[in-house]
Design a binder for this molecule. Sequence first.
Ligand SMILES: Cc1cc2nc3c(=O)[nH]c(=O)nc-3n(C[C@H](O)[C@H](O)[C@H](O)COP(=O)(O)O)c2cc1C
Length: 328
Amino acid sequence: MANLSTTYMGLKLRNPLIIASSGLTENIDDIVEFEARGAGAVVIKSIFEEEIIAKAHDNLNRMQASGFIYPETMEYFDYDSMEDPISNYLEFLGKVKRETSIPILASINCVTAEGWIDFAKRIEDTGVDGLELNVFELPSDPNRTSEQNEQVYFDIAERVTNMVKLPVAMKVGYYHGALANFLVSLSETPIKALVLFNRFYNPDFGINTLEFTPSSVFSTPAELSTSLRWVAILSGRVSCDIAASTGVHDGNAMVKQLLAGAKAVQACSTFYRNGKEQTTFMIRQLEDWMNQNGFKAIEDFTGKMSQQKTYNPAAFERVQFMKYFHDL
Ligand SMILES: Cc1cc2nc3c(=O)[nH]c(=O)nc-3n(C[C@H](O)[C@H](O)[C@H](O)COP(=O)(O)O)c2cc1C
């Protein structure tokens, strides 16, 4: 029988499948069901830095006046339920910990290293097992260099890891100039894991209405390839664990990411599309694949297809279709 257990950011997981932070991880019944269906760990829906900093309307107004947030962001807040998002979140984490026994990670969505860092300590006090920081600001200002944009990631990593003993993961995007260099440097801070990659809300608009609409909220299996490439390139080069994220919709995709070098795999859209029972299905697919291929433990094959270990490292560098598809 294959042993599916693994370690991720120092935590022992019964298998590498982590339920990603989303609307599916913001109520206790869903989380308990994910645990019952076999999930290795759960990342709780993020609390936003803005929510932590701005406990009252006047704080928000001040932030808006100083240009810190846009009017659209203001519309996002439901003021009536905002009375105390902080204590609600902390209370919820404590409840989840009491009612489950798999590792539970809190999540903070942040864009600065100011004003909210103490909150990490309060999260730690709830007894959760780890903290994932979802950090991203669009590098859309042409007057700012990559270094200027990226400094905040290092500031956040340093300040939060100084504040807590909890293992800290950073969930990042791929809009960075020298991506490999940036992620290797980030992995050399005291963070314990990189989550590659976050999937962002992208704007779209109708050509007749000229109204903005959200583009697809859920990923497709085809979106696996970006994170697969970068997990494979960075495996063995970064100084922390990697969790693969985006486009993992079934057990085979999970196997691929582990072969590429991920220590764990996060998934979300597949549960929105296929229900929570997909959890059990994915884990069974992983187990069947291990049995069919004679692997007794996860570490027996982790990273086998990483760029450093594969017979064909150039495959991950190839970006043009010239050779294979010139007849199409
Ligand atoms: C409805 C929805 C809500 C999400 N909320 C969060 C969130 O609060 N924090 C976060 O870090 N990621 C959030 N995500 C992103 C997911 O955690 C995940 O990174 C992304 O969906 C890519 O994984 P997937 O391809 O398995 O869906 C959300 C995704 C969806 C679809």
